[in-house]
Design a protein around this ligand. Sequence first.
Ligand code: NI
Length: 177
Amino acid sequence: MEPKKLQLVIEPDERLHKKSLPFDFATMNARALAIAMANVMALHEGIGLAAPQVGLPLRLVIIDEATVAEYDKADTPDEPLFVMINPRVLCLSDKEVEAEEGCLSLPKMFADVVRPESIEIEYHDINGNVCRRKASGTMARCIQHELDHLEGKLFIDHLSPLKRSMIRSKLRKPRKE
Ligand code: NI
């Protein structure tokens, strides 16, 4: 892995449809990867990025929590970048909410997606410590969107077959520029 050479993976690409493998702290540098991914995310003006989106089938996700907190009108977090490694869902709320999502791997595509309103997860932080966290609002939505990436799933997979095929047909059109 050469983190400096990471490039964003755009759909259609089979790497976005594979289940990712556990991140191994013994053989991989979580901090270097998270920083390299944060650079890719900032370059493309995203708020979340999962390792498979840079072509690495690993269970590591970053979220720009400072920006998400602005959406939620929440306090600015002490650590602006949330790094979630080897996450496991402990609990999802029965209550569901619908909101618009986009994805760096599906440029300029947006759709309303229904998801549980809140989530509780267990994960490793960047130092390999086991952590637990509850989230709601935009943060819960971002976490779920990124968890999907680790399972090889995109937000359009939550849509009806008709809506999904409409979005996919736009993806196949050649770019004008
Ligand atoms: Ni995405």
